[in-house]
Design a protein around this ligand. Sequence first.
Ligand code: SF4
Length: 275
Amino acid sequence: MAEPGALEVGSRHDLRARRSPNAPETAGYEGGDQAHGWVHSYETGSTVDGPGIRVTLFMSGCLLRCQYCHNPDTWHLKDGTRVELAQAIRRLGDFAPMLRAMGGGLTISGGEPLVQTAFTRGMFAAAKQLGLHTALDTSGYLGVRADEGYLANVDLVLLDIKSGDPDTYRRVTGVELEPTLRFAERLRAIGKPVWVRYVLVPGLTDDPANIEKVARFVAPMKNVEWVEVLPFHQMGAFKWKSMGLDYRLADTASAGPDLVAKALEIFRGAGCHAR
Ligand code: SF4
């Protein structure tokens, strides 16, 4: 096992694969321990991952293989730097006064934060003790791992629903849709604030019937504050190339304003607050 590394500032366009070659495989890793985790990088100053100005922590490890993933360099735990939880909390504490003043907080993203449930549980608990707003950015596939104690320290869930149609969901992600829908229903039952995110990919997730399925599922959920339509772009393409991965969307155009407007219309038509 490598010695704990420094927590580096990065960006979601970094490529820092295989930094901890001895880390366990992501599949079969069930939450880990609270003392340490594998972190890809963190960003300061984000304004899109929750309210206010935020620190966003990108965890390593994900079980999905989304065709449009912008962060394939976060798929494996070994793609991250092994970091002590105590050190990550100290670093967050350095930013806490600024984050509180700017009405922001901590967002944990990835990869998938629920792969490393123990570490992210500790980070969220510490953030709440620092008086920060907290947000969990997740696909919901491992939502069953976020128990009530975990969610008690999460103020907002950014829930990616990548398709309403199960076959398309499987084609996009490589896994089943059902766990995400069950997680969304649990969040509704406890009244947890949610922003649903829908990545709009021409030719893949732009079928109006598919968007309609998500819209109808979400519309009755009073805890869903926003549905955000995120237009697909090619900014992650270079990572797939550098990692020698088969990037199937190489010839896919970005989602333009007209397509986004049509998707928004479907969500709003169903009664969602969409933007
Ligand atoms: S869930 Fe996120 S990190 Fe995982 S493959 Fe999909 S887009 Fe990439």
